[in-house]
Design a protein around this ligand. Sequence first.
Ligand code: NAG
Ligand code: NAG
Ligand code: NAG
Ligand code: NAG
Ligand code: NAG
Ligand code: NAG
Ligand code: NAG
Length: 430
Amino acid sequence: MLFLIQLLASILAFISHGHEARAQPANTYTSLVFPITKHTDTNPLYSIQITIKGVSEDYGNYMDPSKVSNYLIDIDAPIVWHDCIDYFQFGPLPISKCKDAQPYSYNSSSCPPLYLPNYEYYPCPVNVFNPVTRSCDDTYLNADLFEMKTSDGKSILSGVYRASVRGSCASRSSFQSFPKDVTGVMAFSSAPYALPASLGLYGEPLSTKFKKITALCLPSNSSTPGVLFVGNGPYYLPPNLDVDIRSLLSYTPLLKHPDSFGYFISVNAIVIKMRSIIIPVNATTKLSTIEPYTTLRTDIYTSLVRRFSKVTRRIPSAKPIAPFGLCFSTATNGTKVGLKVPNIDLRLHGGMTWTISSANSIKQMTNDVGCLAFVDGGSTSETAITIGTFQFENNLVVFDSENSTFGFSSSLLSQNTSCANFNFTITMDY
Ligand SMILES: *[C@@H]1O[C@H](CO)[C@@H](O)[C@H](O)[C@H]1NC(C)=O
Ligand SMILES: *[C@@H]1O[C@H](CO)[C@@H](O)[C@H](O)[C@H]1NC(C)=O
Ligand SMILES: *[C@@H]1O[C@H](CO)[C@@H](O)[C@H](O)[C@H]1NC(C)=O
Ligand SMILES: *[C@@H]1O[C@H](CO)[C@@H](O)[C@H](O)[C@H]1NC(C)=O
Ligand SMILES: *[C@@H]1O[C@H](CO)[C@@H](O)[C@H](O)[C@H]1NC(C)=O
Ligand SMILES: *[C@@H]1O[C@H](CO)[C@@H](O)[C@H](O)[C@H]1NC(C)=O
Ligand SMILES: *[C@@H]1O[C@H](CO)[C@@H](O)[C@H](O)[C@H]1NC(C)=O
């Protein structure tokens, strides 16, 4: 009897398996994928595009209209926010949900005091830090339904993924100093209301659970997009479609920092041509997608510039162009050639080295002048080192909140590829 039941069970399993195999898409997705646009009408900033399909209560009673908006990539923001859309300015959120979200509000004396609404489904106030104006903006919490594109790591798949995300909305004026057409901030921090952690919660299909991993590959210009993935990978960049670019990564632990859901690592030393600049043990290193250039506390900055001047003394110098302090003449009698300078190696906790080569250390300011793309952050700067976006360009960097690790590739240009190489052609997956 038991045998018969087992036999029956395995026949049923076989039939249902066969059925599933037919219904399953040929290429199943492993991550969400977004093209990254570089904006240069302001300080360099980077955005991705997301479609809001409507308001959702937690289980997807969504409605049109849909709205496509560009969101600034912010790996430090604890909460997603964007401009309010009249039709569903305030999503239907019960007070308990408001209470859960308010602790992720930006807490500063420049912000208005928060209150809990008196009635269910009344607007829930949340304060956010505006990374462009560096001030407080007051917003109201929503339940947004986001629609995003999926990938198998090689191309975009035709299947989309919808997720309910606690977005907050602000008045249009909050985005005045943002790059043109950018009207939101997409949070990629480790906070529970940031995008990576929001996906598994109310996504569709519910069975999919993306890993809380953000892989960022910033482009170096505005003409070709870079690529951002959320999810485990693999990730591929042509021309080499045999190599999962995760195999190029080195890892260092991500560090916890009080009062922040951003990403911090430990830099033990900066090495240039075998000489080390020692970093004080208590120095904090933050990673930022808002700061355009790596900012160093004055003591570290001074040591770096001194050492860099020494190893580049054969290159004619030029009058510094703000915000930089060390610049070079790149004019070689009419023929413009990129400067080739010694690498700057960041020696990280765990012994791994992040190599910053010329493309990420020298910013071409004019035809004739290139500058060391590091900035003096002042002697009292709270974070000793803030690694900014110029140093990320054409590097793959991975923020893994599952394992609390930070992965980095160093320049992909030396691997004969770049962040602009992802194949954004849509492939049918059914
Ligand atoms: C905000 O900061 C103040 C002063 O640091 C503190 O007393 C208060 O508890 C904080 N509020 C929240 C919600 O974290
Ligand atoms: C933009 O950057 C990509 C990758 O670095 C490069 O392949 C492309 O030629 C660049 N385009 C322009 C116009 O500079
Ligand atoms: C770091 O440690 C040194 C020596 O212990 C101390 O003088 C300095 O104030 C510390 N700096 C910070 C930012 O904690
Ligand atoms: C440019 O050419 C002049 C004369 O031909 C030469 O003296 C000078 O060294 C050259 N400059 C550089 C940077 O090569
Ligand atoms: C993360 O941790 C899991 C389990 O501990 C391990 O299997 C996986 O390889 C780790 N991933 C990375 C990128 O280190
Ligand atoms: C990149 O291309 C150059 C020149 O074609 C070649 O010498 C080098 O081995 C290549 N590097 C990699 C990592 O494929
Ligand atoms: C991009 O992907 C499409 C569909 O898979 C393929 O037909 C095309 O050849 C690819 N393009 C490049 C440059 O690899």
